[in-house]
Ligand binder design. Structure first.
Ligand code: GTR
Length: 330
């Protein structure tokens, strides 16, 4: 019921936007992001929108609904694919079940470092994964950073996989993440981001996993104060445009949208690095218990996960290309 009424609202808003409201061909394009207005992804999204507006001489405007107002990522993705929303900024995880190539960048321990991740996203493998979304009616405009995800929980520090035995860990809606948690001996609970805080309070889950800024922004640290630096996944964020909306743009306007998205990437990276450092500092000062982790035993347990999720030739090719760009070869 909720999903249907959202569709009607957003679909109605879009129809008004692309019809240009009859004022000199002006169009308002609508976008969504699960994070609050000051989170780096939303600030970069706004920066992108400002560039689009400037370069189109004010003909195209981008209005963003932050804070998950329009629903959880997997729901808004569906709306985006049929044109009910023009833009969407999501993590790659909810796209894993839609397009298997997106699974590669979500694989645990694929990237050696943030520098490795950025080389891959800026290179051919990144291009291929963005392009793989078009058959699903979404145009991949660019990737944004999401740093490294680590585990946090309500019980105590995680030092080795056996510490996670029996823990209920919230994951994003992705089979890969479910398999990863099971591979570590814990129970996986797929859940929307907006439900995690209450889930931790009520004991529906014992922990979750995310980067420093999301751990801070969702206030999860208040109830799950043990943050263990496993750095197991570096799946990036992606900015998408609905193919329906894209097809409605002139070639020149598409160029404006693409260029503006590309230019928002270095801006986002600057914001991201600063935010990771600030979140970590603030949370440690606030009493969060952080521990370093030897990632090797975690990494070893992920081999079967890679094997069962990397199956097609195209996936293997992207995986090999990404690995070849590792820090050892840079
Ligand atoms: C964040 C990401 C969000 C969302 C969230 C989650 O790091 O920026 O898009 O995917 O994680 O865990 O649901």
């Amino acid at each position: 019921m909720l999903r249907v009424s959202r569709r009607i609202f957003v679909g109605g808003a879009l129809a008004m936007g692309l019809a240009g409201c009859g004022r000199g061909g002006r169009s308002t394009l609508f976008g969504t992001d699960t994070h609050p207005a000051e989170y780096p992804t939303v600030r970069a999204f706004r920066y992108f929108g400002d560039l689009v507006e400037q370069r189109s001489g004010g003909r195209l405007r981008v209005k963003i609904f932050p804070g998950g107002q329009l629903g959880a990522e997997r729901d808004t993705l569906e709306i985006t694919s049929f044109g009910g929303l023009d833009f969407n900024r999501v993590n790659l995880a909810p796209l894993n079940s839609i397009e298997p190539l997106t699974t590669i960048f979500s694989l645990p321990f694929l990237f050696d470092s943030e520098a490795h991740l950025r080389r891959v996203l800026d290179g051919k493998p990144g291009e291929r994964v963005l392009a793989s979304l078009a058959p699903h009616d979404m145009i991949g405009l660019c990737f944004y950073d999401s740093g490294a995800r680590s585990f946090y929980n309500t019980r105590g520090p995680i030092e080795r996989p056996s510490d996670m035995r029996g823990m209920k860990i919230r994951v994003q809606n992705s089979d890969l993440y479910v398999a990863m948690i099971r591979g570590l001996g814990a129970d996986a609970t797929p859940m929307d981001l907006g439900e995690v805080y209450q889930g931790l309070v009520q004991g529906v889950i014992d922990g979750a996993e995310n980067n420093w800024p999301s751990y801070e922004s969702g206030r999860h640290y208040e109830v799950a104060p043990y943050y263990s630096l496993t750095r197991h996944v570096m799946a990036p964020e992606v900015l998408l445009m609905s193919k329906v909306s894209w097809d409605n743009l002139s070639a020149a306007d598409r160029e404006i949208v693409m260029e503006s998205a590309r230019e928002s990437v270095p801006y986002m990276r600057g914001l991201w690095d600063a935010r990771v450092a600030a979140a970590q500092e603030a949370l440690v000062a606030d009493g969060v218990r952080v521990n370093e982790v030897d990632s090797e035993p975690f990494r070893r347990r992920m081999h079967p996960v890679w094997e069962s999720f990397v199956t097609s030739d195209a996936q293997k090719e992207i995986m090999r290309a990404a690995l070849a760009m590792g820090d050892g070869n840079a």
